[in-house]
Design a protein around this ligand. Structure first.
Ligand code: FES
Length: 148
């Protein structure tokens, strides 16, 4: 994954580059890392409050922190049909958070994703991009235990 500084630097000479940079950050991380805002303020020569203001003004931009381990569940049709919903329930129950949230200890984040090309083994989850296929709710505690 690209470093947020490197991503922001790509846009530093563009007019309105901060918005482009935030978009690029969100594409990379699926949110804008909190630390990157101070850096963006510096690069685009804006007061910190202004850089925050831009990040929080647009509803499609999301500022936040993600956990150390990012668990994604594929919600494309084949996985959906194969029981992704039950797996979502099992993940939420096991971690005590909802999709899109992170655990208070910063260890886990739950997110949806599109097909990860493992449709022969639906439903599929990934942990830090490592795919696990043929997931059932019963397999969730065992898989997560390895990352706790
Ligand atoms: S649809 Fe889920 S991995 Fe392809």
């Amino acid at each position: 994954m690209a470093d947020y500084k490197e991503i922001i630097n790509r846009y530093k000479d563009l007019p309105g580059g901060i918005i482009e940079a935030y978009h690029a950050l969100q594409r990379e991380y699926s949110f804008i890392p909190e630390d990157s805002i101070a850096y963006a303020a510096q690069v685009f020569d804006l007061p910190l409050a202004k850089a925050y203001g831009v990040a929080t003004f647009y509803s499609y931009l999301k500022v936040g922190e993600r956990g150390k381990n990012v668990i994604r569940i594929c919600e494309s049709a084949p996985c959906h049909v194969a029981g992704a919903k039950e797996v979502v329930n099992a993940l939420e129950k096991e971690l005590g958070i909802k999709m899109g949230e992170s655990t208070a200890d910063g260890k886990f984040t739950l997110e949806f994703c599109e097909c990860v090309g493992q449709c022969q083994a639906t439903p599929v989850i990934t942990v830090n991009s490592k795919p696990y296929g043929d997931i059932t709710p019963e397999k969730i505690p065992g898989i997560l235990a390895a990352y706790k």
